[in-house]
Design a protein around this ligand. Structure first.
Ligand SMILES: *Cc1c(COP(=O)(O)O)cnc(C)c1O
Length: 368
């Protein structure tokens, strides 16, 4: 006897087919020999030379499973940041962590809040967990504490704040982050995504360490993909209260961080000279690029990260779409950000001197 079933094919969980899949930054320009990839906020300096040596050691024993608790990496992070190793959990990129936090704290009927032009992975992971994404409007391309708090209901379980935010480059000062936290009920997890924290040079900025230490419902996430130049290896981490670390540890894959990532991350984070060089390069070029673009008559959102959001006229010959085509044809790949609700802007990563000057010269010609 054959059994009768209501469906004749596998059906994804509710919400899954409503997800707009993440589109990574372009990496090639057809027909152009030399390409400058300024579309994914990668560092022009590359990783620490110490990483190569660490990886060569890993190659000796690829048959052995990695340390499932990534202790060497967590110890190195703890040492550099002055934290307790027990409160650090590592992941396969911080994107994985954003998903793990959603899986751990969200289910059907729950709500997760993020801001209007916030990082797209939040929405994807909230929906993947079967929960409802709730968007808080921003004011002047900045996250707005009151707008977030107004959207909190008893179903809210998680609030994501990228600080600084990608793709806008804006940040929320520490006193505002504290006001946000103070307004949240204790059962809501506040996730402070500090992927660009190392680049920020503002006295009123905090990455979230103090707030995590003093509370039971705050998590700070970080990445090795940006200033450490290890995007290819996928290394993220969070600093979180013990109960949150314990919960996420139960959900994550037992070997979610591979051996190359553990070794490379531990070597990279101890190379403070490279971090200093990356900061100095960014300070100089963020200012030069922002000033030069403004002089060309383009509006630039003031950024504290390693990228700038450049605004173009809505109509006419100089739209963001036209600029993107013009730059791509010359090998300069920026990021279109229509998916972030910013159809008239391009995001440019601060690259090498050659790349930055090339973009500035090309845009000058484009606007002529
Ligand atoms: C780049 C980025 C990350 C880091 O992602 P990884 O998965 O660690 O590479 C996280 N959050 C934001 C806002 C980012 O821009």
């Amino acid at each position: 006897m054959t059994m009768q079933f209501a469906k004749d094919a596998p059906i994804p969980n509710p919400g899954v087919m409503d997800i707009a899949a993440y589109v990574p930054g372009k990496e090639s320009a057809p027909g152009v020999a030399k390409v400058y990839k300024l579309s994914s906020n990668e560092t022009p300096l590359g990783p620490s030379p110490k990483v190569r040596e660490a990886l060569e050691n890993v190659l000796q024993h690829l048959e052995i499973y990695p340390d499932g608790s990534a202790t060497k990496l967590r110890d190195a992070i703890a040492e550099v940041h002055g934290l307790n190793t027990a409160n650090i959990l590592c992941s396969n990129g911080s994107d994985e962590l954003l998903g793990l936090l959603c899986q751990t704290y969200l289910g059907a009927g729950d709500e997760g809040i993020f801001t209007e032009h916030g990082f797209l992975v939040y929405k994807i992971q909230i929906m993947a967990a079967g929960a409802t994404p709730v968007i808080a409007p921003e004011t002047g391309l900045k996250a707005d504490v009151d707008a977030i708090l107004e959207r909190v209901t008893e179903r809210t379980k998680i609030v994501f704040l990228a600080n600084p935010n990608n793709p806008t480059g804006t940040y929320m000062p520490a006193d505002e982050v504290r006001r946000l936290h103070a307004g949240l009920p204790p059962h809501v997890v506040l996730v402070l995504d500090a992927a660009y924290a190392e680049y920020v040079r503002r006295n009123d900025y905090e990455s979230g360490i103090e707030l995590v230490s003093a509370n039971r419902n705050v998590v700070m996430t970080r990445t090795f993909s940006k200033i450490y130049g290890l995007a290819a290896l996928r290394i993220g981490w969070m600093y979180a209260p013990a109960a949150i670390v314990d919960a996420v540890n139960r959900v994550r894959g037992p070997f979610n961080v591979n051996a190359a990532a553990i070794a490379a991350g531990a070597a990279a984070i101890r190379d403070r000279a490279l971090v200093d060089r990356a900061i100095a390069h960014n300070d100089e070029w963020l200012r030069r690029v922002s000033d030069a673009l403004t002089e060309l008559g383009l509006e630039v959102t003031p950024s504290v990260g390693n990228f700038v959001l450049i605004h173009f006229p809505k109509d006419g010959a100089h739209t963001a779409e036209a600029a993107d085509a013009y730059l791509t044809a010359r090998g300069y790949i920026l990021r279109r950000v229509a998916g972030y609700g910013l159809p008239d802007a391009l995001r440019m990563t601060i690259g090498s001197a050659e790349a930055n000057e090339g973009v500035l010269n090309a845009l000058k010609e484009f606007l002529r």
